[in-house]
Design a protein around this ligand. Structure first.
Ligand SMILES: [Zn+2]
Ligand SMILES: [Zn+2]
Length: 255
């Protein structure tokens, strides 16, 4: 399995893309920097998109992707929770802001939405995909994705600490974990996100429970805080005796 980071950040600029991952060129996880990172031929190659939650930095390219597939007279599978489906079709794909691609064109809608439930694995484009609830400001699922050869990646999506229940359900070779906040940011701003110190505690609890630590790559980085995050992550590496890599646009990770 090869994972390519299309968007490794929480904000979009000329050089940073909003959260979006691409697995083996066919399966996207979130749609922050999806259309702007791929040619039309590469977009046509997509088999499915998984959405973790409704926040705009994770869903923003969905309407435009729908337009592209409409022009191509093609259709695409989207997997997400009932809540995200409801929010998308009420607020974005609502025939006011943009067409509801779940219903248009009526003879063959552009998007076919598949509703996932936490804890129930589904088969998607040859992968087994397990949605696992995480702790964010709105209901959010991370995804453990297992390829045909048994290799597993867990994508945390946006989450704060308290992942013990989540860890119980997964056994990944690689964790792609969100890293949004610096250690010294306190209070409400931190709720629903991880800082290096919070990640350290979560990884400690993973190792205690599972007896190993997977590879760790970070995403959902704040470009303005990235240099300091790098320094703070070095302390986590020392404490846990592991290597942690910061993701970047274009990064390819083999599992
Ligand atoms: Zn979010
Ligand atoms: Zn986000």
């Amino acid at each position: 399995m090869e994972i390519r980071i299309l968007g490794a950040h929480n904000i979009e600029t000329k050089t940073t893309g909003s959260t979006c991952l691409l697995i083996d060129d066919i399966l996207a996880v979130d749609a922050g920097a999806l259309t702007s990172s791929l040619t039309i031929a590469q977009q046509q190659n997509l088999k499915a998109v998984l959405l973790t939650h409704q926040h705009y930095d994770h869903t923003k390219d969905i309407p435009v992707l729908g337009m592209n597939f409409f022009v191509l007279k093609a259709s695409l599978e989207i997997y997400t929770t009932q809540q995200v489906y409801d929010v998308l079709t009420t607020h974005l794909l609502n025939n006011v802001v943009f067409p509801n691609w779940a219903e248009r064109p009526p003879e063959k809608p552009v998007f076919h939405f598949n509703i996932v439930e936490a804890g129930k694995a589904v088969s998607v484009a040859g992968y087994s995909v397990l949605p696992v609830p995480v702790n964010h400001a709105v209901p959010t699922v991370g995804y453990e994705i297992t390829s045909f050869d048994g290799k597993k990646v867990f994508i945390t999506a946006d989450t704060g600490p308290g992942l013990e229940d989540c860890w119980k359900q997964i056994n990944p070779n690689l964790i792609i974990a969100e890293m949004t906040m610096l250690n010294d940011i306190e209070g409400p701003r931190k709720a629903g996100h991880l800082s290096p110190q919070l990640l350290e505690k979560e990884l400690e609890s993973f190792r205690e429970m599972k007896g190993y630590l997977p590879q760790v790559v970070l995403y959902h980085l704040d470009p303005l805080a990235e240099e300091t995050v790098k320094e703070e992550i070095r302390e986590v590496e020392k404490a846990l005796s592991i290597k942690i890599r910061l993701g970047y646009e274009g990064m390819r990770i083999k599992v």
